[in-house]
Design a protein around this ligand. Structure first.
Ligand SMILES: Cc1ncc(COP(=O)(O)O)c(C=O)c1O
Length: 467
């Protein structure tokens, strides 16, 4: 890609980078925008991408450590994707999902139903992850209203869980700092404490920690009354919360508790779906459970176009449908089952199958996880954790009494050092998380972790100098 810096040369009438950044600052409101400084800084102007690499407007190359926003599974610059999208645009760019259907959406629904565990056979297409979660939660409400138990609506969710940015999805999101100025429907949700084994008290075994987490769920149900609890929502791994892998056995045991009380188990696989852990879905293949609803998005199209899905079990559908009432499932979007997005998803799946990307992930995972876990040798690192091609480094300062500024500083320093050395990471307070494109080779994994090691050493030295 030596031609990248030549390609980005501005044409006479094209705005240059400075102008674009100025317009961006002035007119564009980005997600999670800091209100005190949003007009003060330039977001990186990304210009091109290929494989696992991005180039900024100056032609500098970066490894895309977060894989976009945990989504670019097949990597960037895929001609086959471009062709499939353009072909579908010319064939049929849009249809109303209310009254018509299309080949891409019908074929995709069938494919997804065959990938999901058990009787999860009913695919409701949405526009992304938040709307998939929103649809799952509305399904629970619809079901319980239909069954004549209107109080069975409370959703049990977890601290540090992230489920999206609609009103309902943000209501069940457990990241307090994300929603301190927005209203949520707090009567509808109950949060369970952190499940992170790293947070367990000194001297407690991981097994005892798991028992405690199951007791948290059982106690919450007992306190709220099972007749008032409609659903439990859980990411198999809490990704945006810092790649938190619950203790072994947790998933199966939480499902058993939910089954006992007729509580719908929603497995939010927006990040873990479509290959991140080396399987189409992680719920059953990795954690041994068959949930009632799975939500997915992101990797479904590898981020090439927006699409999500809420996949509902036959068991739930049977309880929701019937001839006794004239009821509509009045949930949906203008862009549900968008034919171009479905065509992109089908091509994405085809590429993953043809290139054996799931197998590749399983093959390179031990190397990725070994390089990740080696980082614990740096004293500024408190914890490293991950699974599949997901990883997180957590800095040590958090242990110093929760000083937010010190925590943020460590995250920011690491982010800065990595960026300087050509690696993008996703800083989360005092953590950095990774979910590179799944096509990453073993050599590229080394390239990524070599940079991380250098960056950690630099931050260590800089912090020592500053002390
Ligand atoms: C687990 C999980 N659920 C839901 C969402 C929301 O997805 P979207 O941003 O596509 O609406 C995200 C986004 O990061 C996520 O990580």
């Amino acid at each position: 890609m030596t031609s990248v810096s030549e390609n980005i040369t501005a044409l006479p009438n094209e705005p240059d980078a400075e102008q674009l950044n100025a317009w961006d600052r002035k007119y564009q409101l980005h997600p999670w925008c800091p209100m005190d400084s949003w007009r003060d800084y330039d977001n990186m102007l990304v210009d091109q991408a290929e494989g696992i690499y991005l180039w900024d407007h100056k032609g500098k190359r970066f490894i895309d450590g977060p894989g976009g926003m945990w989504c670019v599974q097949i990597g960037y610059g895929r001609q086959k994707m471009a062709d499939a999208i353009s072909t579908q645009v010319m064939r049929l760019a849009y249809n109303s999902p209310w009254t018509t259907t299309t080949e891409p959406s019908a074929v995709l629904a069938r494919k997804i139903a065959k990938m999901t565990p058990g009787d999860l056979n009913n695919v409701f297409f949405t526009t992304g992850g938040s709307t998939a979660v929103d649809s799952a939660l509305r399904t629970v409400q619809f079901l319980n209203n239909r069954l004549g138990r209107p109080n069975k609506k409370i959703v049990i969710a977890r601290e540090k869980g992230y489920h999206g940015s609609t009103y309902l999805a943000s209501t069940v999101t457990g990241k307090e700092r994300d929603k301190n100025r927005f209203d949520v429907e707090s009567r509808l949700v109950e949060f369970l404490p952190d499940v992170n084994p790293y947070r367990r008290p000194k001297g407690m075994s991981v097994e005892e920690w798991c028992d405690e987490k199951i007791a948290d769920l059982e106690n919450a149900i007992a306190e709220l009354g099972p007749e008032n609890v409609g659903a439990f929502i859980a990411e198999p791994i809490l990704c945006s919360g810092g790649v938190i892998v619950p203790p072994p056995g947790y998933h199966k045991r939480t499902l058993e508790v939910c089954r006992k009380h007729d509580i719908i188990y929603i497995s939010d696989e927006v990040v873990t779906g479509f290959g991140r852990l080396g399987h189409w879905f992680a719920s059953e293949d990795v954690f041994g459970i068959q949930p009632d609803i799975i939500t997915c998005a992101k990797g479904l199209t590898s981020g090439y176009l927006p699409l999500g899905a809420c996949i509902i079990s036959d068991r739930i559908m049977q309880r929701m449908t019937g001839p006794d009432q004239d009821v509509l499932f009045s949930n949906g979007y203008t862009y549900s089952a968008h034919p171009v997005c479905c065509a992109a998803a089908l091509t994405n799946i085809e590429i993953i199958e043809e290139e054996g990307i799931l197998e590749h992930v399983r093959e390179v995972t031990p190397h990725f996880q070994k390089r990740l876990h080696d980082l614990i040798k740096y004293p500024i690192v408190g914890d490293v954790r991950g699974m599949g091609l997901l990883g997180c480094i957590e800095g040590r300062p958090e242990e110093d009494g929760g000083n937010l500024e010190a925590q943020r500083k460590l995250g920011a320093l690491l982010d800065e050092a990595c960026e300087e050395m050509g690696l993008l990471v996703r800083p989360l307070i005092n953590m950095a998380v990774f979910s590179p494109p799944l096509i990453i080779s073993k050599d590229q994994i080394d390239e990524m972790f070599d940079i991380l090691e250098k960056a950690l050493q630099k931050v260590t030295d800089d912090m020592a100098d500053a002390a």
